[in-house]
Design a protein around this ligand. Structure first.
Ligand code: UT7
Length: 337
């Protein structure tokens, strides 16, 4: 992590120069879910804020969504794919066990100079990835990076489990980071945390080395996401408040300095509750969970992109990105846009 904020003077900062998003055309409404499990539009809306989520079709994969989002971000940044130096794809629904999803994105974009890898930090994956790329750019190792969050969570959703199937959706969001000499701009600070003791709160256990695909699963539900919603809820509010408070204190900012607060979209009640504890106003907080559900690593860049395209993030704004998810993991980025 950075030294004390006032003492740390990097040669350059990493600034976002492009953003983009892509979601599959397929949609699942709350009404659709009412026909699948014992739930209701009313319950889902009041408990989560979700109205629809997108669902990848048979032939649609994580790398495909990621590549489409990346193209839009590159176009906005006016950078040719062959000039990109580093690609990170944050995902927990990768294209394959290996190679990385990022390898396919590199191939499909023609980003021939880039070195690439995936980041498996669940819902915090995009925030973690920005933080990693920030270090490479500030140290002068890279002059740019393409950071993508992409998920096809509906492929590991148990459509008979009403506690989880109402929550998740598919999509991808991307940003281009570039080095900028003006150190008052760009990603000013990032923080990350994790606590593996709570791994059971949110997981998908097969197929990895513990439950290899060649062995018959005693419990076939291990192929799907499993969540302990209440436990995650409480931890999420606590960690979001802590991590944002820590970031602001480190940068000598107050809550009032934040122009736009972009949280991982896991549940509008969790975001509202954390925002209330932080004393953020409704005007500062961006929410788009109604349109996508929880898209894990794609959620923060999807929200950032929507927020930007709706004209809610302007040059000079102080933007705070924050995420919390499986692992448990959490993190935040403070960005002078
Ligand atoms: O990004 C990180 C990943 N995100 C998460 O892990 C989600 C975090 N947690 C949450 O968003 C919330 O905890 C949920 C939306 C999952 C659940 O909301 P809740 O207010 O915590 O509800 P609950 O789990 O305490 O359940 C309340 C009731 C229960 O019934 P009883 O025991 O009171 O009779 C559940 O069985 O609601 C029932 N319930 C449902 N009812 C209708 C659970 N799921 C549903 C459903 N439809 N889909």
């Amino acid at each position: 992590m950075n030294k004390k904020f006032d003492e740390y003077k990097p040669m350059c900062r990493a600034i976002i120069t492009g953003c983009g998003a892509y979601v599959p055309k397929g949609i699942i409404t709350n009404d659709d879910l009412e026909k699948m499990v014992d739930t209701s539009d009313e319950w889902i809306t009041t408990r989560t804020g979700i109205k629809i989520r997108h669902k990848a079709g048979e032939g649609e994969s994580t790398a495909m969504l990621a590549t489409e989002a990346a193209k839009e971000a590159l176009e906005m940044a006016k950078i040719a794919p062959e000039d990109i130096e580093m690609i990170i794809v944050a995902t927990i629904t990768p294209e394959m066990v290996f190679p990385s999803t990022a390898s396919f994105v590199q191939r499909d974009l023609g980003a021939t100079k880039a070195w690439v890898f995936d980041m498996a930090a669940a819902c915090s994956g995009f925030v973690y990835s920005l933080s990693v790329a920030q270090q490479f750019i500030e140290s002068g190792h890279c002059k740019n990076a393409l950071i993508i969050g992409a998920e096809t969570l509906t492929k590991i959703t148990n459509w008979e489990d009403r506690t989880s199937c109402i929550l998740f959706g598919d999509g991808a969001g991307a940003v281009v980071l570039e080095a900028i000499k003006d150190i008052k701009k760009g990603i000013l600070y990032s923080t990350m945390g994790s606590d593996g003791r709570y791994w059971e709160a949110l997981n998908c256990q097969a197929y990895g080395s513990r439950y290899p695909s060649r062995e018959k699963l005693e419990d076939p539900d291990k192929r799907f996401m499993q969540i302990k919603g209440r436990e995650v809820y409480q931890q999420a509010v606590r960690r979001i408040v802590e991590t944002v408070t820590d970031c602001l204190r480190h940068c000598n900012f107050t809550i009032d300095d934040i122009d736009v607060f972009v949280s991982h979209q896991m549940n509008s009640r969790i975001i509202d509750s954390a925002a209330k504890r932080l004393k953020l106003t409704d005007e500062q907080v961006f929410i788009n969970i109604q349109d996508y559900g929880n898209t894990s690593a794609a959620s923060v860049p999807l929200a950032f992109n929507d927020c930007y395209r709706q004209g809610k993030i302007k040059e000079g704004d102080l933007v705070v990105l924050v995420a919390f998810g499986a692992g448990l993991t959490w993190g935040a980025n403070v960005i002078q846009f």
